[in-house]
Design a protein around this ligand. Structure first.
Ligand SMILES: [Fe+2]
Length: 250
């Protein structure tokens, strides 16, 4: 449905891109100071578990139960971020900040680079959202995540309509400050595509099981899109302290 050209070369970030500004613009010194203090997973440890783009984990969300429960919290979904608002991309958090920040949408429901660009004195990172919230505990379908409860980072449920998408991007560089999980209730309509350097194109992940959570190598360029209404994504980031638990779940 969507085709994109080759991703930019990482050794020269496009001037004017959010990450170029965050790395270089004097305005974002506070971001860079906090960025330098973040805990990271070493290259060796990162590549020891990310041996392919998506790796199935021994964690399954019961999709029937999930779909039943998610209806009762539908009013908690917000537009994802304040850009591309023509796209039907909604988000509901399962984790929150220790000290809440008032904002519509809530900071947890923003792309973190966009938040950082718009809030130079208040940079936030995935790992700041490490407190499981009421919905995390009240949804019985989330109980498989209990094993990772002490290692959660920014975790949201995304709800997309037809044509909603994330444009090609990276979530992390290696050494990585994050371990990312991904899953969906509707693999037929939730298309997750990674750049393949050897074929020179984005390739869709196939044979995705509904409800299964996968370890995702988001240090590779990827994009995603929806071809139906009410397509949910389990958009879960973990702290790097989850490494040993993740190894046991692979
Ligand atoms: Fe991503």
């Amino acid at each position: 449905m969507y085709n994109y050209g080759p991703p930019p070369n990482l050794t020269s970030l496009p001037v004017g891109s959010n990450y170029y500004k965050l790395e270089n613009d004097p305005l974002y010194e506070a971001y860079r100071i906090r960025e330098a203090e973040r805990k990271k997973l070493s290259e060796k440890d990162y590549w020891s578990i990310h041996t392919s783009r998506l790796r199935p984990l021994n964690l399954i969300i019961d999709c029937d139960l999930f779909k039943h429960e998610i209806k009762s919290v539908d009013s908690l979904f917000e537009q994802f971020g304040n850009t591309h608002t023509n796209l039907n991309r909604k988000s509901m958090p399962l984790t929150e900040l220790k000290t809440p920040i008032e904002s519509i949408p809530l900071p947890v429901n923003w792309p973190m680079d966009v938040w950082a660009i718009e809030h130079p004195n208040q940079p936030l990172f995935d790992a700041d959202f490490n407190i499981p919230n009421k919905e995390f505990y009240s949804m019985e379908s989330m109980r498989p995540m209990d094993i990772l409860k002490d290692h959660l980072s920014r975790c949201c449920i995304l709800k997309w309509g037809t044509g909603a998408r994330f444009y090609p991007h990276l979530d992390t560089l290696v050494p990585s400050h994050v371990i990312r999980l991904w899953g969906t209730n509707d693999p037929d309509n939730n298309h997750f595509c990674f750049w393949n350097e050897s074929t020179g194109q984005y390739e869709r992940e196939e044979n995705v099981e509904p409800g299964r959570l996968y370890l995702a190598d988001t240090s590779q360029f990827h994009h995603a899109y929806s071809t139906a209404e009410d397509v949910y994504t389990f958009f879960f980031a973990l702290q790097v302290s989850s490494y040993e638990t993740i190894k046991q779940l692979l």
